[in-house]
Design a protein around this ligand. Structure first.
Ligand code: IMP
Ligand code: MG
Length: 336
């Protein structure tokens, strides 16, 4: 059996989607299941000219051999879910745990209408905070209560644990990033739930003893959307000079850009129980690395960056993304 968790190590948008897609194509999981908050997170996967932005469907959907699932800890917005499964054509291989909390239109209105959430915290306005609040108050409806989800409802925890009993490969896909964890992040400028690897396991009903690998994804230049402290943030003029500009998948807001934060990487790796790390955007450290697929071909500058990152994280960097395409990656997992 093999069960891996993939989570974001900084403030989200580290490029987990591509890492999950790459691992899926290589490791051929029978199940890819999502933990995390819900449709406030956006994953972008690019294949050729086409860019897929999804918020509910696990980004590993690009590997057609996997059954896709959404764990019971996650919030489901049935409108987003039903729209996305048709958009990416996965209707016949996706399931939702019947216990998932449901996001109602009213939660979205409360999120967007709240001065505190929308303006002070800078929420994504997707209703996740108010829906999680109603879930804690035991007012929220569950996925099994909605007739339009009836075809998709299953016991995700049961199915994942059974797959592991049968020696199948399972990927648990986290969302967002460590720095916006409700428990470990920069409270109150955080999301409405923990985002660490333990939470992703719990969201899927997988016990800690069944996890083999925790892959934490770090971005060479971390970014942050919304309000809150960001100790290595650089002035907008500097990121402009470097040619780095990013916009959110869900909110299209411009992301704040910073430099590598070794201390945050260390802390995040520790709490996530990182076994190996992925670094994305190395081509931004040195554009000469764009599209490189072999470690030896990386420049001196890039290799020095990776070595420093490994020292900070305390674990090997086994995946290095060198561009937006699925094929633009160095995979060293076989070598550790
Ligand atoms: P909420 O999760 O929509 O309530 O937003 C709370 C904070 O988390 C805001 O600063 C958001 O910008 C941030 N946030 C939520 N989801 C994501 C994500 O997927 N990537 C990056 N930041 C996020
Ligand atoms: Mg995102």
């Amino acid at each position: 059996m093999s069960c891996s968790i993939i989570v974001g190590g900084f403030f989200g948008d580290e490029g987990k989607g591509k890492i999950v897609a790459h691992i899926a194509h290589h490791d051929r999981p029978s199940i890819i299941s999502r933990g995390g908050v819900g449709p406030n997170a956006g994953h972008t996967v690019r294949i050729g000219e086409k860019e897929y932005g999804v918020r509910m469907v696990p980004s590993g959907f690009v590997y057609p051999g996997a059954t896709l699932m959404i764990g019971s800890g996650v919030l489901v917005d049935p409108r987003v879910f039903l729209h996305e499964i048709d958009l990416v054509g996965v209707r016949d291989r996706i399931f939702v745990d019947g216990r998932c909390g449901v996001i109602e239109e009213e939660h979205i209105a409360r999120d967007r209408g709240s001065e505190h959430l929308r303006n002070r915290i800078g929420s994504t306005g997707t209703g996740c905070g108010p829906a999680n609040a109603d879930r804690v108050l035991r007012l929220a409806r569950q996925a099994k209560d909605l007739p339009e989800l009836a075809d998709f409802v299953t016991d995700v925890a049961e199915r994942i644990n059974r797959a592991l009993d049968n020696d199948e490969v399972v990927l648990l896909e986290g969302t967002q990033g460590f720095g916006i964890s409700l428990y470990f992040g920069t409270y109150p400028f955080v999301t409405s739930k923990d985002t660490s690897a333990s939470q992703i396991a719990a969201d899927n009903g997988v016990g800690p003893t069944r996890i083999d690998d925790v892959i934490v994804v770090f971005k060479a230049y971390p970014t942050r959307v919304g309000e809150g402290p960001f100790s290595t943030e650089m002035p907008a003029e500097r990121s402009h000079e470097l040619g780095i500009e990013e916009f959110g998948t869900v909110t299209h807001r411009q992301r704040r850009i910073g430099t590598w934060d070794g201390e945050m990487a260390r802390y995040s790796a520790m709490i996530n129980g990182c076994t190996q790390a992925a670094i994305t955007g190395i081509d931004r450290i040195d554009p000469a690395c764009f599209g490189v697929t072999e470690y030896e071909r990386l420049t001196k500058t890039a290799k020095a960056f990776i070595e420093q990152a490994e020292e900070d994280i305390g674990r090997p960097v086994t995946l290095i993304s060198t561009g937006p395409e699925l094929s633009q990656i160095i995979d060293l997992r076989g070598e550790v």
